[in-house]
Design a protein. Structure first.
Length: 252
């Protein structure tokens, strides 16, 4: 059954490829004949203008979709970085509690390492937001964030419960700032997601309109082509000379 399904799939892919190539050749043929104004066939000119305007609208919608996609991805990655920063700060708080209860220099080192990771994640999130701003002016900068930092040398020389408690409070302040930043970024991410989804719907709509316009154009050209192939003449243009019965009386 699998072998048969693969064979059918290959046959269908081959048929689709042939159909697409035939359609392209037909489009090139019609374009070489009808491209540009054709006064004798105003219906073809109208269908051609509609197809061109619809193509332009589709291209604009596609460009906007790609822009919204880039913005959404950048903000999504930035949000992941901020969430990771919050996790690192929680680790730092755990190490800080350990330090207050006699963790010593090992706790200090692990605490500082967690804070360094948190700061790095915030910086990367800010860079991603700046990248998104280059794509869209509606993206706002993140609120300022300051990650607590200290000196390992000072911790070794003046390490006591009071300095540990003071630094623990600084870490909690840093957590509050990162949480505020995460809230602001989450709001922007949701707005970006809505713009991205709206762009997807617009491209789908424009794609359907473009397909319909192209089919109308092909039908109009096919009808004209068959008319000419059957030896029929196109209707006379309204700009032709007046007939004898329509001519003005001679001057006397």
């Amino acid at each position: 059954m699998k072998d048969e399904a693969v064979k059918i799939q290959n046959d269908l892919e081959s048929a689709c490829s042939r159909h697409k190539e035939a359609q392209n050749e037909l489009d090139r043929l019609y374009a070489s004949i009808f491209q540009g104004p054709t006064p004798s066939f105003p219906e073809e000119d109208e269908a051609e203008r509609k197809a061109e305007s619809t193509t332009k609208a589709y291209n604009m919608a596609s460009t906007q979709l790609e822009t919204d996609r880039q913005v959404f991805r950048a903000l999504e990655d930035a949000h992941k970085r901020i969430k990771s920063s919050l996790c690192s700060i929680e680790d730092a708080l755990d190490y800080s509690r350990w330090d207050m209860f006699g963790g010593g220099s090992a706790a200090d080192l692990m605490e500082r390492d967690a804070l360094h990771k948190a700061e790095t994640e915030v910086i990367q999130a800010q860079m991603l937001v700046m990248q998104a701003q280059r794509f869209s002016p509606v993206v706002k900068s993140l609120p300022p964030v300051k990650i607590a930092s200290g000196s390992i040398m000072s911790d070794m020389l003046f390490d006591n419960i009071f300095t540990d408690m003071n630094f623990h409070d600084k870490i909690k302040d840093s957590r509050a700032e990162v949480q505020n930043c995460e809230n602001a970024l989450r709001s922007q991410l949701q707005a970006s997601k809505e713009r991205f989804q709206a762009s997807e719907q617009k491209v789908k709509l424009q794609s359907d309109l473009l397909k319909s316009a192209r089919e109308e154009l092909q039908t109009a050209r096919q009808r004209i082509f068959e008319t000419l192939a059957n030896g029929e003449h196109p209707p006379k243009s309204s700009s032709t000379q007046p007939t004898e019965s329509e001519a003005p009386p001679p001057y006397s």
